[in-house]
Design a protein around this ligand. Structure first.
Ligand code: SF4
Ligand code: SF4
Length: 344
C-alpha cells in the first residue's frame, strides 16, 4: 500500500494510537502563536498553523545538551550520556522537513555527529502538506519546498473530509499498518488528490523576482553590495533569526565543573553567527565585526556556501527569520534587492 486514507473523524483515534507507540510531538496553539509540544490531549493538536516559533529542530538538535562526562585527574572521559527513546514528529510542514534534510547533510558529513544521528534513527516524521499560504513572509515556493520532496515517513494531504496519507518508508508503514480505520486509497480519492494539487498551483506563486539559479549568481557579485550596509544598520544583533531557523546548526561547547573541580560535564549549546564575538579568535581579531558583515554571512550560509559544498540551498522558505526579526528585516526583500545585480 503506497497511499492510505484516513477519515477526519478518525484523526484523534489515530493520534491516540500513535501516542501509545512512541513519544508524540505535534503543533498546538499558544498565546496567539504555534509551538511543537508533547501531545497530552489529542484535541489540542492543531494542523492548520503557520510555522511554529521554533522549528521541531529542538527535538533532534536541542538548544543545550550534554555531550560527555569527564574527570581531570586521572584524565578520563565517558561516552555520550543520553540514550534516546523513539519519538514521532506529527504534522510537520514540508519546509521544516526540508530543514531536517539539511541537518542530515551536515551531521552526516564527516565527522558524523552521533547525538544527532542516534536521535534521527529514533525519529519518525509525519508531515502535512500546506494547501494555503501561511503568510506573506514565507518563500517556500521559490525554494521548491511548498510540495513534499521526500525526507518523511508519512505525508498527510487534506482532501476535504479525509486525509490521503503517502507512505514513504517502512517506519511509516508500521504506523498505519493494522490500524483498522486506515484503508488503502481508492481511485476516486487519488483523483481528488490530483484536484487538490491543481487548486494549490493557483494559490502558490514564486516569492523572489529571480529564479534560484540567478539568485545564486547574484551572491557571487554582491559581496560588497550596499544592501548589506542597509541591513547591517537596521539589525540589532539579537540572534533571533538564527535561533528560529530550521537549518542553522552552529553550536558552542562549554564545560561545567563540579565543586570538587575535578569532574565535569561538557555541553553543547546553540550559537549564532549574529552574536558579537562569534568570529573572534585568539589574539582578539574579529573577522566579522560589523552587523553588516554578520548579516551578509548569514545570507551567504543560506544561498551560496552550502550550494557550493552540498549542492543544496539552506533556506527552506519557512519565513521564520522575517517573522521574528525585531528590526523588520525581510529575507524576501533582501534577496529581491540583490537579485537585479545578477541581471545587469
Ligand atoms: S533563512 Fe529564514 S526563511 Fe530561510 S529557512 Fe532560515 S528561518 Fe526559514
Ligand atoms: S532577528 Fe533581525 S535584528 Fe535580530 S539578528 Fe536577525 S536580522 Fe538582526
Amino acid at each position: 500500500m503506497k497511499y492510505a486514507t484516513l477519515q477526519k473523524t478518525n484523526l484523534n483515534d489515530w493520534l491516540e494510537y500513535l501516542k501509545k507507540k512512541a513519544k508524540l510531538y505535534a503543533p498546538r496553539k499558544k498565546e496567539g502563536h504555534f509551538v511543537f509540544r508533547p501531545v497530552k490531549e489529542v484535541e489540542d493538536v492543531c494542523l492548520e498553523y503557520i510555522p511554529t516559533i521554533l522549528p521541531p529542530k529542538k527535538y533532534y538538535f536541542p538548544q543545550k545538551e550534554r555531550l560527555f562526562k569527564f574527570s581531570a585527574q586521572p584524565f578520563k572521559t565517558a561516552k555520550a550520556i543520553d540514550t534516546f527513546d523513539e519519538f514521532i514528529l506529527f504534522g510537520v510542514h514540508t519546509c521544516d522537513i526540508a530543514g531536517i534534510q539539511c541537518m542530515d547533510v551536515v551531521f552526516r558529513d564527516g565527522p558524523e555527529d552521533p547525538n544527532y544521528l542516534n536521535r534521527k534513527d529514533k525519529m519518525a516524521i509525519i508531515g502535512i502538506e500546506c494547501l494555503k499560504y501561511c503568510d506573506k513572509h514565507a518563500n517556500c515556493v521559490s525554494m521548491g519546498n511548498h510540495i513534499p520532496r521526500g525526507g518523511y515517513d508519512l505525508m498527510m494531504i487534506d482532501i476535504g473530509d479525509k486525509f490521503i496519507i503517502h507512505i514513504n518508508s517502512e517506519k511509516g508503514e508500521k504506523l498505519v499498518k493494522g490500524v483498522d480505520f486506515i484503508k488503502e486509497s481508492t481511485e476516486k480519492e487519488m483523483i481528488d488528490l490530483e484536484r487538490v494539487r491543481e487548486e494549490k498551483k493557483k494559490i502558490f506563486k514564486e516569492e523572489f523576482y529571480a529564479p534560484l539559479s540567478r539568485i545564486y549568481d547574484s551572491f557571487d557579485k554582491s559581496f560588497n553590495s550596499e544592501v548589506w550596509k542597509d541591513v547591517g544598520k537596521r539589525c540589532v544583533g539579537c540572534g533571533n533569526c538564527t535561533a528560529v531557523c530550521p537549518t542553522c546548526y552552529c553550536f558552542d561547547v562549554a564545560d561545567e565543573m563540579e565543586l570538587n573541580l575535578n569532574d565535569g560535564v561538557r555541553y553543547r549549546i546553540w550559537n549564532s553567527c549574529q552574536m558579537d564575538d562569534f568570529a573572534r579568535v585568539a589574539g582578539g581579531e574579529d573577522f566579522r565585526k560589523g552587523r553588516d558583515s554578520r548579516q551578509r554571512h548569514r545570507y551567504y550560509r543560506k544561498f551560496k556556501y552550502p550550494v557550493d559544498k552540498f549542492n543544496r540551498y539552506f533556506c527552506t522558505g519557512c519565513g521564520r527569520c522575517t517573522r521574528t526579526c525585531m528590526a523588520g528585516i525581510s529575507l524576501i526583500d533582501t534577496v529581491n534587492a540583490l537579485a537585479p545585480v545578477a541581471i545587469e
